[in-house]
Design a protein around this ligand. Structure first.
Ligand code: SF4
Length: 430
């Protein structure tokens, strides 16, 4: 590159502010791409999020320094290699980002904006939304690229439907009236996957309007303060629920499973085979993965609801599936025994009463065997305990005090699938 791009430095990645319904939430808030108007993200952070932030910061730092250093003969990837103070995994990911920029974005006369605040406004000047984009590159011919690094393992919605990309691009059209087109690019180095989509100037007004619609939908559903009680019919349970802090109490989320259980016919038929080869693209993989997460999250509430309904239905539930199979579940219960710590720990705990070698075998066999040996031994060592029952209770207390008896006795109730007799002309499933 003979003419260095100009870097316009923005705020640090970690220090940036967020709109209530920020650009990064738009995918989760728009039902048209599987989101939900009631979506509210979880607070706090995770190891994956922290790793992603670190990689963003590192990529920004290196790019800023490269652009300031005015070293036209060296590519960004080469410059980064000379600066490397990161581990192999980060290097693999960052190298892909730097190479992408070398190959596609850093052109003669381009202007590079890092961590730019992207704000969309209505015609009357009021704000619709804002966020901070990773990279905006404006080329000499007034075409631009909007590049977002996604360092996670989960694929993001492709650029042509990605509402975060839509929002940033809408903002950039407003902020840079001279720009004719914007290519939105999501680079996902862990997946070695890049998606790209180009918006044109004549779409700018409609794009801002669509973002406004998404934000207004969220405000109608959640209220300005995001605290309005949610109404089930306004929600769209789906993959966004996985990241929504309301999942435990959400009427839409819980209602979806009740409906699913109550209307068996509306469920997809139960598969008997599974063809992994059908998942043959990153997008299908993302959809399949989102379904697995969704079902994982749904399993608990579905089981609880089924048990509740069974309890009010004489202890059983039954249905005929579309293929004629009869599925039947009955309430069962079983006793739960106290759980013991390891035999060695028990022998150590009771060593003043019984020789460890004498107790080890019994402790392996469970609490009752342990008490059979230890209670008489305690009575011998300490006759003041009085009775065999008293000795058993004393041993139990000692074990409890040492955390070696972990569960109280009790009963658990559960639903068990039962065989349906062959005479009913149905298939029996164990
Ligand atoms: S948990 Fe409820 S509010 Fe949250 S995304 Fe799912 S349906 Fe919407």
């Amino acid at each position: 590159m003979s003419d260095q791009p100009l870097a316009v430095v923005g705020p640090d990645h970690g220090a940036r502010a967020h709109h209530k319904f920020s650009m990064s939430k738009l995918n989760y808030l728009d039902p048209a791409v599987g989101g939900c108007r009631g979506y509210k993200g979880r607070d706090g952070t995770s190891k994956a999020a922290e790793d992603g932030t670190e990689l963003h910061e590192k990529s920004e730092e290196v790019l800023r320094d490269y652009l300031k250093a005015a070293r036209p003969s060296v590519s960004l990837a080469q410059f980064a290699a000379g600066r490397r103070d990161w581990d192999d995994d980060s290097n693999n990911l960052l190298h892909q980002c730097f190479t992408f920029l070398d190959d596609h974005a850093l052109r003669k006369g381009s202007r590079v904006y890092i961590e730019l605040k992207a704000r969309i406004k209505r015609d009357d000047g009021t704000e619709i939304n804002y966020g901070h984009l990773d990279l905006f590159v404006m080329h000499a011919d007034m075409s631009a690229m909007l590049i977002d690094w996604k360092f996670g393992y989960a694929p993001v919605i492709p650029a042509d439907r990605n509402r975060q990309g839509l929002g940033y691009a809408a903002a950039m059209f407003q902020q840079f009236p001279q720009v004719k087109s914007i290519e939105v690019i999501f680079v996902q180095p862990r997946l070695r996957w890049v998606t790209r989509f180009t918006y044109h100037r004549d779409q700018a007004t409609e794009m801002a309007f669509r973002v406004d619609q998404i934000v207004q939908g969220a405000i109608r559903t959640q209220g300005e303060d995001m605290q309005r009680p949610l109404l089930r019919e306004q929600l769209n349970p789906g993959s966004a629920c996985e990241y929504c802090c309301r999942v435990g109490t959400c009427p839409g989320y819980l209602g979806a499973y009740v409906t699913a259980v109550q209307r068996m016919g509306a469920l997809p038929s139960l598969p008997t085979t599974f063809n992994l080869d059908a998942i043959d693209s990153p997008e299908k993989a993302a959809i399949a993965r989102a379904w697995v997460d969704f079902l994982d999250a749904a399993a608990g509430p579905i089981k609880e609801r089924a048990q509740e309904i069974a309890l009010n239905n004489g202890g059983q539930i039954e249905a005929t599936l579309p293929d004629g199979q009869v599925v039947k579940y009955e309430m069962k219960s079983r006793g739960v025994n106290r759980e013991l710590g390891s035999a060695a720990e028990i022998a150590e705990c009771l060593k003043d009463i019984v020789m460890p070698a004498q107790l080890l075998g019994a402790a392996k066999l469970g609490l009752e065997k342990t008490l059979e040996i230890a209670a008489p031994a305690l009575l011998e060592v300490n006759p003041e305990v009085g009775t065999k029952k008293g000795a058993r209770e004393a041993i139990l207390s000692m074990l409890e005090a040492h955390g070696l008896v972990t569960k109280p006795d009790g009963k658990v109730e559960f639903l068990k699938r039962t065989k349906v007799p062959q005479t009913t002309n149905t298939i029996t499933i164990e």
